[in-house]
Design a protein around this ligand. Structure first.
Ligand code: FBP
Length: 566
């Protein structure tokens, strides 16, 4: 009997998974009708015109969606008294997975109701181009509700950019008689959503009308934010809670075993929001924040020295252990490394035949001879395996894939060398970790389960209210939630990318004048000098910590406490 019960658990039917499927995430009151049933809402303009710096250029390039909405912020006004029926909507995931994606789909399907149809796109933007769409049923929703990851549809990183690709999307929309597309993605995917909204604005269907396009803000990196209008993207809370639990457990191990230094790299391609949040939740000895390092122009040797100084300071106090948090994108923010990388990018392009003709371990010497001054010195100071990595093949844009560089190992080796040379009596036993994929697809926390379900309701409501070119947003989480629609044109900026100027949604990096960063900065000396760490425990849908808002969000938004109220 036990064995058959165990077999029934296969394919996502653990005790936990069965239970979470029954859970209804809290919903913002605005989505409740007179009888307390969940219903789509209508929107009204707040009059607030949004612009991200190059508003004139954005309004010109996206004139059709900009003129329609005037780049004005919309706010939900109340339940839609007469939602249309017969609409056909397709939804897709784009980019890296993030917990809560399935609840966006569940919220979207709930808002559309029985009289409209929801189709899922398999495999992200590539699946859209291939026309791989299917009808999402109520049974599907029951199965995916509150479960993690993007596995229901899958995702990919294809960017729709060529005229042929745009034409192909149009063809697929016409073939499936779509009225709207909902794109769940990060900054690049929402930039793509704006481009598609503009392209599909009119003249697609037989009656001359277009296809609506709505974006939904996703990414564990937390770098798609819009101040008070959108405190964070979904997936960030779950990922940081999972990493914080793991880091908390490691911290708990350190005074138990009393011998290890753990160097932990945390995912988050460029911005350090994840590292900052995990540090705020766990209070480790050292936290590196890439944006601070870039701003203060702190060179690699100084980063190494400052970690080594903390190791020595703790050692002298009998604390022969500790934890160092490292953001994934660090290497691209260290000023002397970025300038070395630039030169190496040119050098690898210029001497590609010569380098390719050499064995891996012979390439560093060849490259070192082509460098001069401080760059040659820095390159020679790096461990051999890092030198080799920095000379590997570039991506299609001619850049090194920096996320592949084991920064945690680099820092360990350089700190160890520094200690050996300067304070040989200090024992240093390091371990390295990289937490990334462990946190992107876990079942959503209560915060993400609720946030995403409400984002799905918002996206569905926008479709039914005939809006296009907006990103669903949800804010004021400590006082019941406020449902917003941000005009995508209001987020677009001109940036130089791939050697030319492009309209993009800028990544929101950690600001060193933010309340969250300043709090870390005000406490980190004490965290380094003694054991003040905490273990936040596992993420919860129920239980004492279930309603905990990300600490960086609570600080930056000026909330009075950590609990969100919905
Ligand atoms: P998105 O920005 O698409 O949400 O992806 C985030 C992320 O998880 C980063 O944190 C990480 O650097 C990257 O994706 C890893 O990409 P991949 O899944 O291709 O390995």
């Amino acid at each position: 009997m036990l064995t058959s019960a165990l077999r029934e658990m296969e394919k996502g039917n653990s005790i936990f998974e069965r239970e979470i499927r029954k859970f209804q995430a809290p919903v913002c009151r605005i989505f409740l009708d007179d009888q307390g049933r969940i219903a789509p809402v209508v929107f009204t303009s707040t009059g607030q015109v949004l612009s991200a710096g190059n508003s004139a250029a954005a309004r010109q390039e996206f004139s059709r969606i900009a003129n329609a909405g005037g780049s004005r912020l919309l706010q939900a006004r109340g339940v839609n008294p007469a939602p249309p029926s017969g609409k056909k909507v397709a939804v897709l995931f784009s980019g890296g997975p993030a917990a809560g994606g399935h609840n966006v789909i569940a919220g979207l399907k709930t808002a559309l109701g029985k009289k409209n149809t929801l189709l899922g796109v398999r495999g992200g933007p590539a699946g859209l181009l291939a026309g791989s769409l299917f009808k999402i049923t109520d049974k599907d929703i029951k199965r995916i509700l509150n479960t993690g990851g993007f596995d229901f549809l899958g995702s990919d990183r294809t960017k729709i950019k060529t005229p042929e690709q745009f034409a192909q999307v149009k063809k697929v929309c016409v073939r499936y008689k779509l009225d709207a597309l909902v794109i769940i993605g990060g900054d690049d995917s929402n930039t793509n959503a704006a481009l598609l909204a503009e392209y599909l604005f009119a003249g697609v269907k037989k009656d001359g009308s277009g296809i609506q396009v709505i974006g939904v803000p996703k990414t564990i990196d937390g770098d798609l934010q819009a101040g008070r209008l959108l405190p964070i993207s979904f997936g960030f809370d779950t990922a940081t809670k999972i990493y914080a639990e793991l880091v908390g457990n490691i911290l708990q191990d350190t005074p138990s075993s009393r011998k290890y230094w753990h160097f932990i790299k945390l995912m988050g391609r460029a911005a350090s929001h994840v590292a900052l949040e995990v540090a705020l939740q766990t209070r480790p000895a050292v936290t590196l924040i890439s944006e601070e390092i870039a701003e203060k122009k702190i060179p690699l040797h100084k980063i190494v020295k400052s970690i080594a100084d903390t190791v020595v300071r703790r050692y002298r106090k009998g604390l022969r252990y500790g934890v160092v948090i490292i953001p994934e994108g660090l290497i691209e923010f260290i000023p002397d490394i970025t300038s070395l990388l630039k030169t190496l990018n040119e050098l690898t392009a210029k001497y590609a035949p010569e380098l390719n003709g050499l064995a891996l371990d012979k390439r560093p010497e060849f490259a070192a001879r082509k460098l001069s001054g401080s760059k040659a010195l820095l390159f020679r100071s790096l461990p051999g395996y890092i030198q080799e990595m920095l000379l590997l093949d570039r991506d299609s844009h001619g850049n090194l894939q920096v996320s592949q560089v084991p920064t945690e190992r680099l820092l360990i080796d350089m700190v160890a060398a520094h200690l050996k040379k300067n304070v040989p009596d200090v024992q240093f036993s390091p371990n390295s970790h990289f937490f990334g994929y462990e946190g992107r697809c876990g079942a959503p926390s209560l915060f993400d389960a609720a946030f995403t379900f409400n984002l799905g309701l918002t996206a569905g409501s926008l479709v039914l209210a005939n809006h296009t070119g907006y990103m669903a947003a949800f804010t004021d989480l400590q006082k019941g939630g406020r449902v917003l629609a941000i005009p995508l044109t209001g987020l677009l900026n001109i940036e130089r990318r791939h050697g030319r100027e492009e309209m993009v949604i800028a990544k929101a990096l950690v600001k060193t004048n933010s309340r969250a960063f300043k709090f870390l900065a005000s406490r980190r000396r004490d965290w380094a000098g003694s054991d003040l760490f905490t273990s936040p425990g596992p993420r919860q849908l129920w239980g004492p910590a279930a309603r905990q808002t990300p600490i960086s969000v609570a600080l930056n938004q000026g909330y009075a406490n950590l609990n969100f109220e919905l």
